[in-house]
Design a protein around this ligand. Sequence first.
Ligand code: C5P
Length: 218
Amino acid sequence: TPVPVVAIDGPSASGKGTVAARVAEVLAYNYLDSGSLYRLVALAAMRAGVALDEEPRLAALAATLPARFEGGRVWFDADDVTDEIRTEACSAGASKVAVLGAVRAALLGRQRHYRRAPGLVAEGRDMGSVVFPDAAHKVFLTASVESRAERRYKQLMEKGLPATMESLLQDLRDRDARDAARSVAPLLKLPDAVLLDTTSKGVEEAVAFVVDFVRNPA
Ligand code: C5P
């Protein structure tokens, strides 16, 4: 039987990263944060001086990413880039390289490689649609744009980084529109995905919902 996959897709700042990592822990499954791969491609491009629209060169960088995930940290060659890939520059860069079909294709095999026993929780935008279309469990995790902006606002405040609700709302709306409108692997709720709206749910409640869905399929 194929290794089971829990595919969790959804928009930016929906809390899906936190929920997915925790679900993987509870189920003792492997975990893939696919967004970090797009962030790493953006980082690799910036380091190599490759413009974010040079598709063939970006695809070559994506195919040879010297990246490792270990103990919750992200490594690029010998550098711990866990924080660097979360900067605004890498976030914006990731969403630009993510529209390129050749980049997405170059990352496909690497993502599927994470599918190892006893199972995988994979999180992103196209886990259920493109990377693991045969996933037994598909979740579309979302929340209102206001609650996502609030969440991000709190995170930035905790880190002492400047932000305004207004600009965060605008940024999320722009990113949602880009993710939904792109021609390759747009973000959408699949007919065979369950909807999990976390607008008024805490992390533990959302985790319990997904774990229950995996253990007791309808
Ligand atoms: O999820 P995260 O915010 O880290 O993703 C960073 C960027 O990578 C997003 O802007 C999104 O457009 C892109 N992405 C994607 N497909 C995925 C995961 C992320 O296009 N499976």
